[in-house]
Design a binder for this molecule. Sequence first.
Ligand SMILES: [Mn+2]
Length: 253
Amino acid sequence: VISVQQVTIGGPLPVVIAGPCAVESREQVLNIAQFVKSCGAQILRGGCFKPRTSPYSFQGLGLEGLHYLHEAGKKFDLPIITEVMSPEDVDVVAEYADILQIGSRNMQNFPLLKKVGTTRRPIMLKRGFMATIDEWLSSAEYILAMGNSQVILCERGIRTFESATRNTLDISAVAVIHERSHLPIIIDPSHASGNWRYIPQLAKAAIAVGAAGIMVEVHPSPKSALSDGPQALKYPTFRTLMENIAGIPYVMH
Ligand SMILES: [Mn+2]
């Protein structure tokens, strides 16, 4: 069980982490933070250092974005999570972010794993989209072995032959992790599906299977989002999702 300020991850209730794929401006992240807080989200997400498939895509606001995210978290009393991409950024990101995220593409970046293992912040380790559960747990060991016991796993879909969704959500990973590990596991239906239409159903499945929570991308205007617009939930959809998951029986593992 991992505690971040007033939030407990892996405790008796599932947590909801929500926010934009990328911090695009101060106004954007303040607006989204206020909205997701009003719906009951407990943690604010936002990408500042973005690992994009193309070098010509928006790369994130970097440290400037982190300051906006930090301000929004403070203002609306939400712990914040953001991705750190390189070992040299770890110290500054750990200074401002409450949880550090290791992205799917960096799951086996061992120098980065060792470096975040030296911080005192909880680490959310996303599953590599080509990684087995064993490889994922071995990566978690890199962080644990450095003395940081606060590791949160995040299943975000794996690459399969199926092309109807961006990735294939491996819901069975939750059951396997519950058997093999003591670490809490979160589901990210946004990156798993790549399509906002499927997210409410996958989020409900995540709660029902006993995941410690979900992480979803929310944007007031997905069409103008600088990254991952097709999978961003509009405000009304997110609010409905929050209402719906509140009624799902949750089995703690
Ligand atoms: Mn994203």
